[in-house]
Design a protein around this ligand. Structure first.
Ligand code: NAD
Length: 275
């Protein structure tokens, strides 16, 4: 039971299940990423603003896993947006990670108020051509932001990374992204532990039907509806639990029941409120 891969619009492959390190204390990053790699994860999602790229890089180096078997994502922080500041920001991330390239580089938030994301996107295209990142994409971009990129560029983002879980599916944005060839990455795939998701009756029932936990049922739903996910946990047991979702499948009826939970359960920030 290996992790399924999806093909991005640039032809590169991405493992659909990874490990995210938002709010992982820099001092703990090496340990939790080491745990994740030992459990079997090969896709790590970090960001410059998380402050833990060094720990991620140390865990990768110590693992001895061949670079080509890993998929590493990091993100351009808001204050580094702009044509001339984007490349140096990636170089600083690469330095902290101890890598010569990442697999995916994302614009973390649109910050539409500053009006720099189209310029940042042009710089990202150069970085891809130079091989400093294999793929490029965006995060927290709503339809209007995506449309502006499409109007001003020939390169369609490989992914849009959005807050997304069964109770908050952002279908307008995901429909637009998918119909334009982007893959959808779901951040906060478990509702960040803030949204009362894992108690929902249909989730508990689906989990029990398969001898799995509610978190596993939710993560399985993400895979079956085509999302890329990288749940976060600090605990080895849960890190393993969240990876152990490759040996069962929800029925169509269960997938539909989870999909019907969509009711606007945003727990993160609105993209227009992040500067
Ligand atoms: P998540 O939905 O993965 O929630 C993590 C929390 O869920 C944990 O802290 C824990 O409280 C709980 N949890 C984890 N495993 C569990 C289990 N098996 N059973 C019960 N509870 C469990 O939220 P997240 O970490 O915010 O999102 C995942 C990743 O997405 C992040 O680590 C980061 O890489 C990325 N992300 C990106 C953005 C962005 O703006 N692009 C924002 C937030 C997160």
């Amino acid at each position: 039971n290996s992790v399924p891969t999806l093909t991005l619009n640039d032809g590169n492959l991405i493992p659909q299940l990874g490990f995210g390190v938002f709010k992982v204390d820099p001092a703990e990053a090496e340990r939790v990423v080491t745990d994740a790699l030992e459990v079997g994860y090969r896709h790590i999602d970090t960001a410059a603003i998380y402050g833990n790229e060094e720990g991620v890089g140390r865990a990768i180096a110590a693992s001895g896993i061949p670079r080509e078997e890993l998929f590493v994502t990091t993100k351009l922080w808001n204050e580094d947006q702009g044509f001339s500041s984007t490349a140096p920001a990636l170089d600083r991330s690469l330095h902290r990670l101890g890598l010569d390239h990442v697999d995916l580089y994302l614009i973390h938030w649109p910050v539409a108020s500053k009006g720099l994301y189209v310029d940042s996107w042009r710089a990202m295209q150069d970085l891809r051509e130079q091989g400093r990142t294999r793929s490029i994409g965006v995060s927290n971009f709503l339809e209007s932001h995506l449309q502006e990129l499409l109007d001003n560029s020939d390169v369609v983002p490989a992914v849009d990374q959005l807050e997304l879980h069964p109770a908050y599916q952002q279908r307008e944005t995901t429909d637009f992204a998918r119909s334009n060839g982007m893959r959808v990455e779901a951040w906060g795939p478990l509702g960040q532990g803030k949204y009362p998701l894992l108690e929902a009756g249909v989730i508990v029932a689906a989990a029990e039907a398969h001898g799995k936990t509610p978190a596993q049922a939710v993560l399985r739903w993400h895979l079956q509806v085509g999302n890329i996910v990288f749940p976060k946990s600090m605990h080895r047991e849960r890190i393993a639990e969240n990876f152990d979702i490759l040996d069962f499948a929800l029925t169509d009826a269960e997938v539909e029941a989870l999909s019907a939970l969509d009711r606007g359960g945003r727990v993160g920030s609105h993209p227009d409120d992040v500067e």
